[in-house]
Design a protein around this ligand. Structure first.
Ligand SMILES: Nc1nc2c(ncn2[C@@H]2O[C@H](COP(=O)(O)OP(=O)(O)O[C@H]3O[C@H](CO)[C@@H](O)[C@H](O)[C@@H]3O)[C@@H](O)[C@H]2O)c(=O)[nH]1
Length: 250
């Protein structure tokens, strides 16, 4: 089944999930959706079961407990690769990423990018109503990753991104060791250092109107400590060489 699938990890998103699913289905008449729900106590998984029962473009993966955004994506990617999708896209459930910007992302993947990232911190990108301290954490995270990991990216923590399936298939996702949001940094860095083509495009990131962020201090600490240790290991030559990604454009 060729085409694109949007993978949405969810934990307690009952206020937001129906609207984002509807918006994605309306924004692109072909794209499919996989919601990876961690047994949300608020019944998010059951809401999506209801939608999936009447719409074959919508799928649900039920996990037994809250196990972090990183592992939710790895499980979701595994399913998507098995199903044979060509492009695999990440999106938050809360409406902060705009499905109406999907066509831009898909165009970059069609053009040969291994990874396309919706970026807030490049010309044309912006945030709406995002608290100043969240902007600070996000910008500092990218600046720190650029310094420690020699990353060239301007929004390495962004969760609005898409991969070609061959890219994810070529990478050893079982080696990723981030549970939380620093998964975004780890995976983008892996694509970068494997010589993959990464394209950033400007997005408008809108603070959620309902529900609340699952960001915790523990998630920030995990990101800080992992980026520091990866940076040191990389300087000491202790990061194993990754298999170079094939050039998709050729
Ligand atoms: N399955 C699952 N989903 C989770 C978990 N933790 C968070 N999520 C889901 O992951 C998405 C992002 O979580 P939010 O809590 O809404 O993130 P944010 O703070 O608003 O967003 C920032 O960080 C994200 C993580 O990188 C970014 O994706 C996003 O763009 C933004 O920068 C939401 O759909 C949320 O339900 C988990 O343990 N398990």
């Amino acid at each position: 089944m060729p085409g694109a699938v949007v993978v949405i990890p969810t934990y307690n998103e009952k206020e937001t999930i129906t609207a984002i699913v509807d918006r994605i289905l309306a924004a692109d008449s072909e794209v499919h959706i996989l919601v990876v729900d961690d047994n949300s106590p608020d019944g998010t998984g059951q809401i999506v079961d209801g939608i999936a029962a009447s719409n074959p473009r919508v799928n649900v993966m039920h996990r037994t407990e809250k196990n972090g955004l990183g592992t939710a994506y790895v499980n979701g990617f595994g399913w998507a690769l098995e199903q044979g999708y060509d492009y695999i896209i990440e999106m938050d459930a809360d409406g902060s990423h705009q499905p109406e910007e999907l066509s831009r992302l898909l165009k970059l993947l069609d053009g040969g990018a291994n990874l396309a990232i919706g970026a807030r911190w490049i010309p044309g990108g912006k945030t709406e109503n995002w608290p100043w301290y969240r902007q600070l954490i996000s910008r500092s995270g990218t600046t720190y990753a650029r310094m420690m990991l020699s990353s060239k990216l301007h929004d390495i923590t962004s969760g609005y991104r898409g991969f070609s399936a061959d890219t994810l298939r070529a990478l050893d996702l079982s080696k990723l060791d981030s549970a939380g949001y620093c998964f975004q940094i780890e995976l983008a860095w892996l694509v970068e250092r494997s010589g993959g083509v990464v394209r950033e495009f400007p997005i408008t990131f809108v603070e959620r109107l309902e529900g609340h962020s699952k960001m915790t201090t523990g998630i920030v600490v995990e990101a800080l400590s992992k980026v520091t240790s990866w940076g040191i290991a990389s300087r000491l030559g202790r990061i194993p060489k990754s298999q170079p990604l094939a050039n998709r454009a050729s």
